[in-house]
Design a binder for this molecule. Structure first.
Ligand code: 13P
Length: 249
C-alpha cells in the first residue's frame, strides 16, 4: 500500500493565540487536500484555539513537545493527557533545537516516544546531523544511533504508525535545503534501519519526512523521492506558501 504523505508545519516559538487563529483561518482554504495528512504543530498555549479554529477542516493539530511523566511536580511541563484532552494527534519529539537548547538526549526522546504511543499520540521523531558530522562522514552512523535509541521498546505495530523527520541541522533555518539526493540517501538509510530493527512491513509502513528549509520550490523534487513521505516545515509553514507546499504536485 502506498504511504500517504504527511506534511507538517512546525511553528516553533511563533504565533500568539490570536495570531494562531488568524493564521489558521488564512491557511485553511489553501491547505485543502485529500492526498496528504496536514498537521500544524503549534506552541502549547496555541493548541486549544488552534483545534477550535481548525474544526471542520483537514488540518490536524500537533504539539511541539510533551513530558514523559503522567502528572505531578514537574513545573512548566505539559502531560500527554493534557494534549489528548485538548485534541492533539501528533507531537514533535527530539527536535534538534530541543536537543541543543533544552538538553534533550536520545534517552529522553525514547521516553517521550513511548509515552506518546501510550496515549495514542503519533510521535514525529526528529533526527539529524550537524555540518561537522556530515563533513566527518559519520552522518548515517549518527542517525542510525538516534533512531535505534528513539525506538527502544517501541513495538512494530507502534512503529508502523510513527513518523520520523530527518532534519539535517545545517539545513534548518539557513535557506540551504539539502539536495533531494542527499535527503533521499539518509531517508533510505533510516528506512533500512527500521527494517533491521523490525521487519520489511514496518519499514514499508513508517513515514519519513524531510525537514530543513523546505519551500514551495524545493518541495516537489524532495517529495517525489521514493523514501521521502512529506516534510516538516518551519519558516514556510507560517506563510501562504505552506499551501503550495501541501499541494506540491
Ligand atoms: P525551516 O523550515 O525553517 O528550515 O525549519 C525546519 C524545521 O526545523 C522544522 O522542524
Amino acid at each position: 500500500m502506498a504511504r500517504k504523505k504527511i506534511i507538517a508545519g512546525n511553528w516553533k516559538m511563533n504565533m500568539t493565540p490570536s495570531e494562531a487563529v488568524e493564521l489558521i483561518n488564512t491557511l485553511k482554504p489553501l491547505v485543502k487536500t485529500e492526498e496528504a495528512d496536514v498537521v500544524f504543530c503549534v506552541p502549547a498555549i496555541d493548541i486549544i484555539p488552534a483545534v477550535e479554529a481548525a474544526k471542520g477542516s483537514n488540518i490536524q493539530i500537533g504539539a511541539e513537545n510533551l513530558y514523559f511523566e503522567e502528572k505531578g511536580a514537574f513545573t512548566g511541563e505539559i502531560s500527554p493527557a493534557m494534549l489528548t484532552d485538548a485534541g492533539v494527534k501528533f507531537v514533535v519529539i527530539g527536535h534538534s533545537e530541543r536537543r541543543q537548547y533544552f538538553a534533550e538526549t536520545n534517552e529522553t526522546v525514547n521516553k517521550k516516544v513511548l509515552k506518546a504511543f501510550e496515549h495514542g499520540i503519533t510521535p514525529i521523531v526528529c533526527c539529524g546531523e550537524s555540518l561537522e558530522q556530515r563533513e566527518q562522514g559519520i552522518t548515517i552512523d549518527w542517525i542510525r544511533q538516534q533512531i535505534k535509541i528513539a525506538f527502544l521498546n517501541v513495538t512494530a505495530d507502534q512503529a508502523k504508525t510513527a513518523v520520523i523527520a530527518y532534519e539535517p541541522i545545517w539545513a534548518i533555518g539557513t535557506g540551504k535545503t539539502a539536495t533531494s539526493d542527499q535527503a533521499e540517501e539518509v531517508c533510505g538509510a533510516i528506512r533500512k534501519c527500521i527494517g533491521e530493527i523490525y521487519d520489511e512491513a514496518t519499514a514499508a509502513a513508517i513515514r519519513i519526512q524531510y525537514g530543513g528549509s523546505v519551500n514551495a520550490k524545493t518541495a516537489p523534487e524532495l517529495f517525489t523521492k521514493p523514501d521521502i513521505d512529506g516534510g516538516l516545515v518551519g519558516g514556510a509553514s507560517l506563510k501562504p506558501e505552506f499551501g503550495q507546499i501541501v499541494n506540491w504536485h
